[in-house]
Design a binder for this molecule. Structure first.
Ligand SMILES: [Zn+2]
Length: 498
């Protein structure tokens, strides 16, 4: 079956060829029309499956062609017909999460992942509740946007969907409903930083506030020694108390969130990540071992854990810190993860940390998850810099004005005084390679996407989206190239030879 060129409402050249799915006498595809992407469904006139979609039907010959908008209802209907568009759990496979703040990056992500020969399991749907707030999208929209990108590229292999940095049971409920499979629980607000300066007497006092189940005599860890490969961890009283006070309430929160998750998920397969990366002080190996030991004691099952590593993981730029220190740190965390799990070590704020990928791949022996988000937005800006440098210049000026205010909730060290002045920039694409400019552009994304002019229209958002939608291949090419640099170090054979 091919769409009939005599059909006035459908022009064959609009069809996105790689999207065509032929299944049991029905054709599904995406078409690029002057009004944006449309879902096309072509079948015999009385095929009941046409009734599953909301759209306009046209008959020609012995066929009916339905043209439908990319609504949430049509996305759901398509998932019922093409089940590979539903996310799945990925287990312990080496994996990469590719967050997408604009909802247009998935085709580029798919093209990069396809070059990994199946060695990296992808998470194409990923957004935290905080990012949802900043981008004005819902977990369902994030899910659907990624799905249309997967459908466009004809992706049929398993992929995961990460409900990232969840803080409450309500967050879990919303994301479960939207079909997410990977739940990242962030108990960061329960991490107690007082321990870093507390003496033994204070630690004993603080420990009394922990729930009864977490009291020192119930841990079974006091004066125990744990051997995790090359590490020997001895839980003398100060070490154990420090771990308990720092992470005990966080462990308890994860336990409660997990109970809620598995209760609500029922028979649906879901997997858990534990993340304490967004906290002030590094997670020591003893503290990691304490967390793992206690979570196991409370029956929590998880596939990955994101410690707070040594050094700085600033957004959208390379690792800042001593590489030998990082290697020692991640090697210990990986040894603990293999001993208590195995589970994966998760690298959050993983965008653009090019100097540590190889170290992390080797240390974890592939039991690793890489999480990126903002870098796909920066590649959208790079695309803009190529296609419409004047518009990009406008955005950069705005971001400079916003930076001091917007940076407050991030750990970034960029200085306005160091970043190039707009008048100094000759080649706008190179601005995306400047440390300070990258961070400035990164942390202001929410303001850029939401800013409205005095007439009530978006100042940048509509124009940015239009430009990316009109140039899908330019954007996909930039994303693909950028992600090959992120992903390749995780599959290089020599990285796994000790
Ligand atoms: Zn994180």
């Amino acid at each position: 079956m091919q769409p009939d060129p005599s059909n006035q409402k459908f022009n064959r050249s609009q069809l996105i060829r790689q999207s065509v799915v032929s299944l049991d006498q029905i054709l599904y595809s995406l078409a690029q029309t002057p009004n944006g992407l449309r879902l096309m469904v072509q079948a015999a006139p009385h095929d009941f499956r046409l009734t599953l979609f909301d759209g306009q039907k046209t008959s020609f010959g012995k066929e009916t062609l339905l043209s439908a908008s990319l609504t949430a209802e049509n996305a759901e209907a398509l998932r019922t017909q093409l089940p590979w568009l539903k996310p799945q759990t990925l287990g312990l496979k080496t994996s990469a999460g590719m967050g997408d703040r604009l909802g247009l990056a998935t085709p580029g992500h798919v093209r990069a992942i396809r070059k990994m020969d199946g060695k990296i399991a992808p998470i194409f749907t990923q957004q935290s509740i905080r990012e949802n707030t900043r981008t004005g999208r819902t977990p369902q929209q994030v899910m659907d946007d990624a799905m249309w990108g997967l459908f466009q590229e004809n992706w049929r292999d398993p992929f995961g969907a990460d409900a990232d940095h969840l803080k409450s049971t309500q967050d879990i409920d919303v994301c479960l409903k939207a079909g997410y499979t990977f739940f990242t629980i962030d108990p960061g607000e329960f991490v107690d930083n007082r321990v870093e300066t507390a003496d033994l007497k204070s630690l004993r006092n603080y420990a009394q506030d922990l729930p009864a189940e977490l009291q020192i005599e119930n841990t079974g860890l006091l004066n125990q020694t744990i051997n995790a490969e090359h590490l020997t961890i001895t839980f003398d009283e100060p070490t154990l108390l420090k771990a308990m006070v720092k992470y005990g309430k966080a462990v308890w929160h994860v336990h409660q969130m997990y109970q809620h998750l598995i209760g609500k998920a029922g028979a649906r397969p879901v997997e858990l990540e534990v993340s304490v990366d967004e906290t002030d002080n590094p997670t020591s190996h003893a503290e990691h071992a304490y967390i793992a030991h206690e979570l196991i004691r409370f029956g929590v099952e998880w596939v990955s854990l994101a410690p707070r590593f040594v050094g700085r993981f600033e957004k959208g730029v390379d690792y800042i810190g001593d590489l030998a220190d990082f290697e020692k740190d991640v090697s210990g965390h990986a040894a603990i993860a293999r001993t208590f799990g195995p589970y994966k070590i998760s690298l959050h704020s993983g965008s653009d940390k090019f100097s540590i990928y190889k170290i992390a791949a080797q240390a974890t022996q592939g039991l690793v998850h890489l999480k990126t988000a903002g870098t796909s937005y920066l590649e959208a800006l790079r695309t803009l810099a190529d296609l419409d440098p004047l518009f990009f210049q406008e955005i950069y000026k705005f971001c400079r004005d916003r930076y001091e205010e917007d940076k407050v909730s991030y750990h970034v060290s960029a200085l306005l005084s160091r970043a190039p002045l707009p008048s100094e920039v000759r080649n706008w694409a190179t601005l995306l390679d400047d440390f300070d400019a990258r961070e400035i552009l990164h942390v202001t994304f929410g303001s850029v996407l939401k800013e409205k002019s005095s007439d009530g229209n978006y100042q940048f958002f509509d124009r940015l989206m239009r430009m990316l939608k009109d140039n899908p291949d330019a954007y996909a090419r930039n994303i693909e190239q950028h992600f090959l640099r992120h992903l390749t170090p995780f599959i290089e054979k020599e990285n796994f030879q000790k």
